[in-house]
Design a protein around this ligand. Sequence first.
Ligand SMILES: *Cc1c(COP(=O)(O)O)cnc(C)c1O
Length: 401
Amino acid sequence: MLLLDSHPSGRHFLQIPGPTNVPDRVLRAIDQATIDHRGPEFAALTKAVIAGMKKVFKTDADVVIYSASGTGAWEAALVNTLSQGDRVLMAETGHFAALWKRLAERLGLSVTLLPGDWRHGVSAVDIEAALRADAQHSIKAVCVVHNETSTGVTSRIPELRAAIDRAGHPALFMVDTISSLASIDYRHDEWRVDVTVGGSQKGLMLPPGLSFNAISAKALAASKKAKLPRSYWDWNEMLSINASGYFPYTPATNLLYGLHEALDMLESEGLDRVFARHSRLAEATRRAVRAWGLEILCAEPAEYSSTLTGVVLPAGHNADTFRKIVLDRFDMSLGQGLGKVAGKIFRIGHLGYFNDLMLCGTLAGVEMGLGLAAVPHRKGGAQAAMDYLAETAAAELARAA
Ligand SMILES: *Cc1c(COP(=O)(O)O)cnc(C)c1O
């Protein structure tokens, strides 16, 4: 139902934190004839995209690509490394952490959950204490979400790695980077992560449908002993066939064309510049939220997410009513509150194929929507963001001169 009799023209604003806007270049790459996945051209494509993904994960270790949503790669990480009844340590950062926990429990794993308030990242102190208390080393894996997409909070992975090391605990370290990979700095090898989980539809700028595991040598060794049943997700079969450039089953050929193109775009911009672009657009967004007089859900500035911002609406105002007005009137999708914060917050996605003016349009739509929905706020958020974007652009120009 339309609020007003509008006839959408121009581009839809897809400002949810994934799926993100797919660049035209990637769409054109996908729109090519599907080739023989057992032919010679295909092997070159597989090798190129795996090599490109290693650069994005910052790893020299193995990377596998699944034709699956991110949830599939979550499952793959667990079934390849663990056995029925194994203890797993997880942290309640938000809705995605809760979903990964539910998946682990359905697989027959025994999850110990560190409670959280959905406004902070994973606590290194709590991780260290839980591991120190486990003198028997019954915990086999520590699984955390790097960027909690339901809240806009980014956990500090190097601090968690250091906590595991201080406890002297041998558990595998697994990190979900589905909404941070290729947007926020991440280093699989340097941070000694054992399994990193990624997905195609967020920072990688692709449609949904691909997901990834980066696999340390320690995780690969664990997979030789792990007893959870697995077939489709089995790393060892995948890796042995990938070595010659093929897959054990029919891969998502056209999405791989898109991945090749997206990796090319990331490489030409340079990952460091991609990260800086995200952090600048995120800061501009937060300035808008503060100028509106609204609250940012993330309570710890050192954990602000560069890929999305969760915004709390004043009590008595439903965030989904506001989002519906923005969608109907301005043809813009904003992220809904999930789980515990449903109806209380909305999320602004500012990741992937995104720039200054797309952010200005997004924030203008939010500001006008706040007015239409009669949410108490001050005007001038979009202007505050513009001021920051212009200031930082001027500083960049001066540096370049
Ligand atoms: C999007 C997302 C997922 C879920 O991925 P699907 O592709 O929907 O299965 C998991 N974790 C995080 C952090 C995400 O952002």
